[in-house]
Design a protein around this ligand. Structure first.
Ligand code: PBG
Length: 331
């Protein structure tokens, strides 16, 4: 036998030979505890209300009763955390239902915490689902979204969620200084131990399209580019992360997820806090559409995606696939 038959090259296939060996050397794995499932809860008198979201097959707008039912089934399957979005009956210029003690999200928090005390209930803090103009902050005549006067309203929203029993608040509005405003208000009111998961690095993304149908939060004019980040920027992400940490954020989120894995990795490497990835509506809808056409294997694509979030450095994954992933993990 010629010596060259045993040439000294890397034999990576040795560690891929069997499922057992592959499992032994696997670096990243998704666990049920990593997942957060978002839900859309609607203020309605019709407790049987369950309306499919056209652009997000498998997702629904739910009444309080239907939310409780659906979360109950998911909890049975191992779901440990939810993120709540509310759709109020009435919207106004100031988004007052966002910080109403009897608002829909506040009611949903009370209901879920009473029924599932162990479940981690996280609330999205923003005005856009509650304002008549669909913007995340107060709007001046002429259309400018004003920063500082909005902060007080966001802090009030976070406080009302805390009072209802939320386990964590997640500001998604991208106003400057909102983490500080929320932290101070929570602390002053005795919620020193309530964590803030900041949508610290949130880009002005077309991938939110389907969500805006789901949450009925499409801006009536203009866009979100004066507060959400430019998808072209990575160094700016580090500045946003540093600012939010400084203001008291406990967890940093990157949003959207898949096209921004480089940002997740950079935050993982620069910061010691837990990093969350939001696998947003448009990412979900693309998978669903391709799967419905038989073009991809949904389960395999989704599980691969989840693993890649972990590999990139995410500790927490917010995803509309969460209920499905839990079922697939149990198989
Ligand atoms: C509210 C908010 C949005 C999302 C989460 N919180 C929409 C937006 O900023 O326009 C997007 C979530 C998704 O697309 O799944 N500001």
């Amino acid at each position: 036998m010629a010596a060259s038959d045993f040439a000294d090259f890397h034999r990576g296939r040795r560690l891929r030979r069997s499922p057992g060996i592959r499992a032994l050397v696997r670096e990243s794995e998704i666990r049920p505890a990593d997942l957060v499932m978002p839900y859309f809860v609607v203020e309605t008198d019709d407790q049987a209300f369950k309306k499919p979201i056209g652009s997000m097959p498998g997702q629904f707008q739910l009444s309080l009763a239907e939310l409780e039912k659906q979360v109950g089934a998911a909890v049975q399957n191992g779901l440990m955390a939810v993120l709540l979005f509310g759709i109020p009956k009435q919207k106004d210029e100031q988004g007052s239902q966002a910080y109403a003690d009897e608002g829909i999200v506040q009611e949903a928090v009370r209901r879920l915490k009473q029924r599932f005390p162990e479940l981690t209930v996280i609330t999205d803090v923003c005005l856009c689902e509650y304002t008549s103009h669909g913007h995340c902050g107060l709007v001046l005549q002429g259309g400018e979204i004003v920063n500082d006067p909005t902060l007080d309203l966001l802090a009030r929203a976070a406080l009302s969620h805390a009072r209802a029993g939320a386990d964590m608040v997640a500001p998604s509005d991208m106003m400057d200084g909102r983490v500080l405003a929320i932290r101070e208000t929570l602390d002053e009111n005795g919620f020193l131990d309530l964590p803030v998961m900041s949508y610290a690095v949130k880009y002005a993304s077309a991938f939110y399209g389907p969500f805006r149908e789901a949450a009925e939060s499409t801006p009536k004019f203009g866009d979100r580019k004066t507060h959400q980040m430019d998808p072209a920027n990575a160094r700016e992400a580090l500045r946003e992360a540093a600012a939010d940490l400084d203001e008291g954020a406990d967890i940093l989120m990157v949003k959207p997820g898949l096209p921004y894995l480089d940002i997740i990795r950079q935050l993982r490497d620069c910061c010691d806090v837990p990093i969350a990835a939001y696998n947003v509506s448009g990412e979900y809808s693309m998978v669903k559409a391709a799967a419905a056409n038989g073009w991809i294997d949904e389960e395999r694509v989704v599980m691969e995606t989840m693993t890649c979030f972990k590999r990139a450095g995410a500790d927490i994954i917010l995803t509309y696939h969460a209920e499905d992933v839990l079922r697939w993990l149990h198989r």
